[in-house]
Design a binder for this molecule. Structure first.
Ligand code: GTP
Length: 602
């Protein structure tokens, strides 16, 4: 198929607006899969298989579509769909000339619609607006068209109206792809150059790379190089996804295809990397920034005998997710576990959900924390001023005397809510140290708010609280916007004067006191009473901010003595006091593991 008859596109949508259903319909209509009402979400099913490492299908597919008597190749390119993966989303979009912006005609524009729109818009892609679910009796396509016009300046006459479920309007979508999008700027006469935009691990064949061939061609047996690692491989097999794999002996510019080259580790396949023929230099696609994990959480098996099983489940998942970082962490209270680093909240959720499916015993996930940045002063240790330090684990918090400036990661949060919840949503954002950036009425009952928010304030329960205060109607999405200067402290928890590492945290100084009080009160509730009195203290920079005392059981060792022998009684009480003292001197408070589990569980 000549390049003029190739179109590359993605579907972008808020969760549940019907992306998978539309993809299935496009496959059916172009004959890639059989029409069958039971045939729902083929691509999603493939996705699940792929996660289990059984089969090897991406949600990307190459479709053949006949328009005006000519055959067109339409490449549907899957995107991870969330700005957590913005690096990866924008890499996938780099292989496209346009996107279908799919919006539920009943729900209207939601927070993720906005975030995704701007990603595509920023890449100068052509946007085909499509309203889905027009079969619903509450669907209001005119209102939603108006929202698109208000927010994105989209001409209502260009908006398509479909029902992916009933298969209405699908041909119009395919025609719009052919007529509104340009062919890719590919050149078959140049040396081979391809963009790696997805990869996954196959149990039998190793790492597979899904690539968009921008220039030239690639053949089985060719020697190719990956620019980032400078490693060379021999191409073993090539295939296209329709969506079942179809083997080919070569692929040419304009095509999307799957390369198998006996790659062993997914860490060799960097999303966004450039592939080229070994020995022939090409200009790589714009260099990509390595992604830094921004959200961390510890994970431990509930029962240490499950350690090996949990490890193998984590390793298996990590094979398919090169963005997650893993390091071993040992906690005196929780035993051996791991500290996992994620790109963002959704990434954490997706990973841990998959982990649950993969590993069917209970595990403990600690409350997530974020990465902070610190600029150090000039000292004997740092030698020069301005050394930067990234800290996510409170244990590594430096001595405040060494720190010149603290920084915390910020996000731009987008919230869309019916206006009756506006007051509650605003106070939530302010309580979370948010700074309002904009407020727009998107129609006469809905508002879009944008806030700069500290990432640390939204990692724990922001989304849940937002849903609760808006009866489920408000939607939220965010994108990272970098670090800003702030003031941080390490909040330590002391039990009878001894700091307990697992319970310490890094907090904004303005919040230290509230968090300190909450934490000690909570600990007082959950630490079981013991033979000795326990002082629970929260300390910041050498100062105690909060204190609670957990009274000892006064086990009355004399109860069994019926009055009488006073000397005997005195002796026993003295023994009891000595016992208490012994325990105190070693500060040996027996905290059951459950205590930590209760405190740390998110
Ligand atoms: P995620 O994969 O979770 O992001 O969702 P998605 O955007 O892929 O949505 P999906 O295709 O899974 O559809 C979400 C729900 O909407 C499903 O229950 C679909 O059956 C339903 N749905 C999709 N299209 C239509 C439609 O045209 N009309 C109606 N009534 N329901 C639809």
């Amino acid at each position: 198929i000549p390049i003029e008859r190739i179109r590359n596109f993605s579907i972008i949508a808020h969760v549940d607006h019907g992306k998978s259903t539309l993809a299935d319909r496009l496959l059916e209509t172009t004959g890639a899969i059989k029409t069958n009402s039971e045939n729902k979400q083929v691509l999603d099913k493939l996705q699940v298989e792929r996660e289990r490492g059984i089969t090897v299908k991406a949600q990307s597919a190459s479709l053949l579509y006949n328009y005006g008597g000519e055959e067109y190749l339409l490449n549907l390119i899957d995107t991870p769909g969330h700005v957590d993966f913005s690096n990866e989303v924008s890499r996938s979009l780099s292989a496209c000339q346009g996107v279908i912006l799919l919006v539920d005609a009943n729900d209207g524009v939601q927070a993720q619609t906005v975030a995704n729109f701007y990603l595509a818009f920023g890449k100068d892609l052509i946007i085909i607006p499509v309203l889905n679910k027009i079969d619903l009796k509450n669907a209001d396509p005119d209102r939603v068209s108006k929202q698109l016009e208000t927010l994105f300046d989209i001409d209502p006459t260009t908006v398509l109206k479909i029902s992916a479920k009933l298969g209405l309007g699908i041909n119009e979508v395919l025609q719009a792809i052919v007529t509104r999008l340009p062919p890719p700027p590919a050149d078959r006469n140049l040396p081979f150059k391809a963009l790696l935009f997805d990869s996954w691990y196959d149990r039998y064949r190793g790492v597979l790379s899904l690539i968009y061939i921008q220039d030239g061609q690639i053949n089985v047996g060719d020697n190719i190089s990956y620019h980032h690692t400078k490693k060379n491989y021999e191409v073993k097999t090539l295939s296209i996804l329709r969506p079942q794999e179809e083997s080919l002996s070569n692929l040419v510019a304009g095509q999307i295809g799957l390369v198998c080259c006996n790659m062993r580790s997914s860490s060799e396949a960097h999303i966004g990397d450039t592939l080229y023929r070994t020995g022939i230099s090409v200009t790589p696609f714009s260099s990509f920034k390595p992604v830094r994990p921004m959200v961390f959480a510890g994970i431990y098996p509930l029962d240490q005998s499950q350690h090996i099983n949990l490890r193998s489940a984590i390793e298996k998942l990590a094979l398919n997710d090169s963005a997650v970082t893993i390091s071993v962490e040992t906690s005196p209270a929780l035993g051996q576990g791991w500290r996992l680093g994620f790109l963002g909240l959704l990434h954490l959720e997706v990973f841990t959900q998959r982990l649950q499916q993969e590993y069917d015993a209970e595990s403990i996930l600690t409350a997530p924390s974020v990465t902070y940045k610190m600029k150090l002063k000039e000292t004997k240790q740092t030698l020069k001023s301005g050394t930067e330090l990234y800290v996510s684990n409170p244990v590594h918090f430096p001595d405040p005397l060494l720190v010149e400036e603290y920084y915390e990661p910020m996000v731009l949060g987008t919230i869309i809510t019916p206006d009756r919840y506006l007051g509650a949503v605003m106070s939530l954002c302010l309580e979370k140290r948010g700074v309002q950036k904009s407020g727009t009425n998107i129609d006469n009952e809905r508002v879009m708010l944008q806030f700069d928010l500290p990432l640390s304030e939204i990692v724990i329960d922001f989304h849940d609280t937002l849903k609760t205060i808006s009866s489920g109607y408000a939607s939220f999405d965010y994108e990272p916007i970098g670090f800003i200067s702030t003031y941080l402290v390490k909040l330590e928890i002391l039990l009878n004067g001894v700091a307990v590492d697992e319970l310490s945290s890094i907090v904004h100084s303005s919040r230290a006191e509230i968090i300190a009080r909450r934490m000690v009160a909570r600990l007082k509730d959950i630490i079981p009473r013991q033979m000795i009195q326990i002082a629970i203290q929260a300390k910041v920079n050498g100062k105690i901010l909060a204190r609670e005392t957990l009274k000892a059981y006064r086990k009355d060792v004399t109860a069994k003595l019926y009055g009488g022998d006073i000397t005997r009684r005195m002796k026993l009480l003295a023994q009891q006091a000595a016992g208490k003292k012994r325990m105190k001197t070693v500060a040996n408070i027996s905290l059951p593991r459950e205590t930590f589990i209760d405190v740390l569980r998110k």
